[in-house]
Design a protein. Structure first.
Length: 515
């Protein structure tokens, strides 16, 4: 009997192993639960208040080499650990946190200057008629027969699927951080980590001039909306921002800046021109984006709201909204007329590197370090679609914006693709059930083309083109660079440019489209 009892008490390791597994699983679940609660904790975004809260709980207010965003993350971690350790008292702490949360989310206003008030009024007067015109046109377009829309998509996507590499050009001594076409599509501006901004004739890729002034890496370049069109070459035609924390305003006749805008406390990443040409937005690693007056060179607005560095900023074409994206994986859409947040783009799990508004005015594309592009709809205030775009960081996204007055005969020759040739050989154009022809006029095709596709650049060395209605891949373009840092589409639909980490920029064009 004793032997039997002895045998049953022998430990073969399975029991301890099971208990150990249960304990490990419990620890993992507890840690996941702690992180979940940590994400919902209400902590201040102001660095002084973060320091004060750390002092209250007996933690060092700062560590060696710690930045404001890291300090806030540490505060979240410490508070979540305290809540987890208290156990039974966690409910009481949650109530305290909820009280703090109510204080944090309570709307507050910062004092603004009279110049900012006047700017908001001018932006409202500028944007409202443009939005009204856009909506009226969209109502007209919504009545277009389905057969005609299909005909337009077939012709446009035939062009897009024919994009091929025209050539590559060494752009600078260091990586090309951004490429942007001029409004007339005849000049390409490249920003480089060397601190230079260069202008190139396209598609020949011959240099025009080098704009020198930054002391460190250029992060963003943007054209004035009327540059190379009606804007004087002696006036402001270009803006650039760099790691030296400065923005430079450039003309086309001088290799030195017209003015330098100072105010950021850390590197400037992306810059954008308002569609009126009167204002500039700049995103910075100081966790803010700022609004500048082009004419007076003054800072009008210092906008906080991101918990980490702000990397991307872009204006809506109407001029009423601006979107910002940060290293906190959050995007925000701001109403320029009121200063309020119109929408929070919360869905990416890693930093947002690029952001762009669709020409339709209500959709936004964001490219992220999580290798995806998300499409957001401002009407429903949610993400419409997630595109698994690249194998590595999505560095840039750009919708196609059509110029106002194209030369239709040059852009859309009568025999362009095999599909079009087959239609052209028919005696009569096809008609729908109501007797209306499905063949779109060049004007209809051009209007509908704007915003019908977008381009993305990834650190996997690829440029990709996507349809902007069903979000399907249309074309993959390999480059000669390990990382594609930027991409842009010319407004005449003839060219696509990409800038790469290996100092080159590439030009692409539909094979059968005349340049």
């Amino acid at each position: 009997m004793s032997e039997l009892t002895f045998d049953t008490l022998i430990d073969d390791g399975n029991y301890l192993g099971t208990e150990r597994a249960k304990l490990e699983n419990k620890l993992l679940l507890d840690e996941l639960e702690r992180k979940k609660k940590a994400r919902s904790l209400a902590v201040p975004t102001d660095d002084n208040r973060v320091r004060a809260r750390l002092r209250e709980i007996g933690e060092p207010i700062t560590l060696f080499g710690e930045r404001a965003a890291d300090r806030r993350d540490r505060l979240i971690y410490v508070i979540s650990q305290i809540n987890a350790a208290r156990g039974e008292d966690s409910m009481q702490v949650d109530e305290e946190s909820s009280d703090e949360s109510e204080d944090e989310v309570e709307e507050f206003y910062s004092p603004g200057s009279l110049e900012l008030l006047e700017a908001r009024r001018r932006i409202a007067e500028y944007s409202l008629p443009r939005a009204q015109k856009r909506i009226a046109q969209q109502r007209i377009d919504s009545k277009m027969p389905l057969g005609r829309i299909i005909d337009i998509r077939k012709k446009v996507f035939a062009d897009v699927k024919n994009f091929a590499n025209l050539g590559s050009q060494i752009g600078d001594e260091r990586p090309i951080s951004q490429v942007r076409f001029s409004p007339n599509s005849k000049i390409l501006a490249t920003g480089s980590w060397s601190g230079n901004v260069k202008l190139w004739n396209v598609p020949s890729c011959t240099p025009i001039k080098t704009l020198r002034g930054h002391g460190d890496r250029v992060g963003g370049v943007a054209w004035h909306p009327q540059a190379t069109l009606t804007q004087s070459e002696d006036a402001v035609n270009l803006v650039s921002g760099a790691v030296d924390m400065n923005l430079h305003l450039w003309s086309l006749n001088s290799e030195t800046p017209l003015a330098t805008l100072k105010g950021h406390q850390d590197r400037v990443c992306r810059v954008a021109f308002h569609s009126s040409g009167d204002y500039i937005a700049s995103a910075s690693f100081d966790t803010t984006w700022r609004l500048w007056d082009v004419n007076t060179h003054k800072e009008l607005l210092l906008q906080e709201g991101h918990s980490k560095e702000v990397y991307a900023v872009e204006f809506q074409e109407d001029g009423a909204l601006v979107a910002s994206g940060g290293m906190d994986a959050i995007g925000r859409v701001w109403d320029m007329r009121t200063g309020r947040t119109a929408m929070v783009l919360d869905g990416h799990v890693q930093a947002i590197f690029s952001i762009d508004f669709s020409p339709n005015g209500y959709q936004i594309a964001t490219g992220s370090e999580d290798d995806t592009i998300r499409i957001w709809d401002m009407r429903s205030l949610k993400a419409l679609y997630t595109i698994p775009a690249h194998l590595s960081n999505v560095a840039d996204v750009r919708f196609f914006y059509a110029q106002d007055a194209p030369v239709f005969t040059a852009l859309h020759p009568p025999t362009h693709t095999k599909d079009v040739d087959m239609d052209a050989t028919q005696d009569k154009p096809s008609a729908d059930s109501k007797g209306e022809t499905n063949t779109a006029t060049p004007e209809e095709q051009w209007k509908y083309r704007s915003g019908l596709y977008l381009a993305s650049a990834g650190y996997d060395g690829l440029v990709k083109l996507w349809s902007a209605d069903d979000w399907q891949l249309l074309r993959t373009l390999p480059t000669d660079g390990g990382k594609v840092m930027s991409v842009d589409l010319s407004k005449d639909a003839k060219l696509l440019a990409s800038g790469t980490y290996n100092r080159n920029f590439q030009m692409f064009a539909p094979e059968e489209l005349p340049i």
